[in-house]
Unconditional design. Structure first.
Length: 250
């Protein structure tokens, strides 16, 4: 366990020692700021009865933040190790492949959650602007943050797999972004309050991150969404572990 936490600290330290961490934080703050202006303009002079988290996740800035942060955070996880030549040294240490993968994922997840902290201030400011304390309902707020955590974890696990497949950080970021964008694009087919129609309608509803975020932001914790997202994280981390194992034996 001590080795695991040492690897997590090493991963977090690497993020803050490079330009990537500061760029990611700047991008998130910039996009959250634009979403704040967008929501203020939507609330001005109108009567809104839905909680603020539901308004926030419907903004395009929210999804752009989610789609761009995960690739930027995870692109260096394994690719930078291979490019700098420290990958071989890491693999020859008495550390299991599973520990390495989980430590890098945990470090990326910790930094990802840190970048979303400004959202708390944004929601607090919006509640003051709207003069409606009920807009910041604790159940919907907790559900929204749970959705950010689970969907972000899925995207980060995809990013770890992309980073393990190549030694180029740029290629890893592109692969991760395209995978996340594809999942989001598929989800648009079942966006909204009505379920998707057609032969593949039930499947689209089940894998739709937009539909899942809709329920989370409304304070509805559907066990099917949780199982799907957690299962997706486990699946991509398993594939990442297999890729790392294959690199060890080459």
């Amino acid at each position: 366990m001590m080795v695991f936490f040492a690897l997590v600290r090493r991963e977090l330290g690497g993020v803050f020692k490079s330009w990537v961490g500061y760029v990611v934080m700047a991008v998130v703050i910039w996009q959250v700021g634009w979403s704040l202006l967008d929501l203020i303009s939507r609330l001005s002079g109108t009567s809104v009865v839905v909680p603020l988290p539901q308004l926030f996740y419907q903004s395009l800035y929210f999804w752009m933040t989610l789609l761009t942060t995960a690739p930027l955070i995870t692109m260096r996880s394994f690719a930078s190790e291979r490019a700098s030549g420290t990958y071989e040294a890491l693999m020859t240490t008495p550390v299991g492949d599973v520990q390495v993968v989980l430590a890098k994922f945990a470090g990326a997840l910790a930094f990802y959650l840190l970048t979303w902290m400004p959202l708390v201030a944004v929601l607090a400011v919006l509640r003051q602007v709207a003069h409606e304390p009920a807009f910041l309902d604790p159940y919907t707020t907790s559900g929204a943050f749970l959705g950010i955590f689970l969907i972000g974890s899925l995207y980060l696990s995809m990013g770890c797999l992309a980073s393990a497949l190549t030694r180029s950080q740029m290629v890893a970021a592109i692969l991760s972004f395209m995978g996340g964008l594809g999942l989001w694009g598929i989800s648009l087919g079942s966006a909204g309050d009505r379920p998707a129609i057609g032969r593949w309608g039930p499947l689209l509803d089940h894998v739709s991150v937009v539909r899942q975020m809709t329920d989370f932001a409304a304070g509805v914790i559907d066990s099917r969404h949780v199982v799907f997202l957690v299962g997706g994280v486990v699946f991509f981390l398993f594939l990442t572990t297999r890729v790392v194992e294959s690199r060890r034996w080459k």
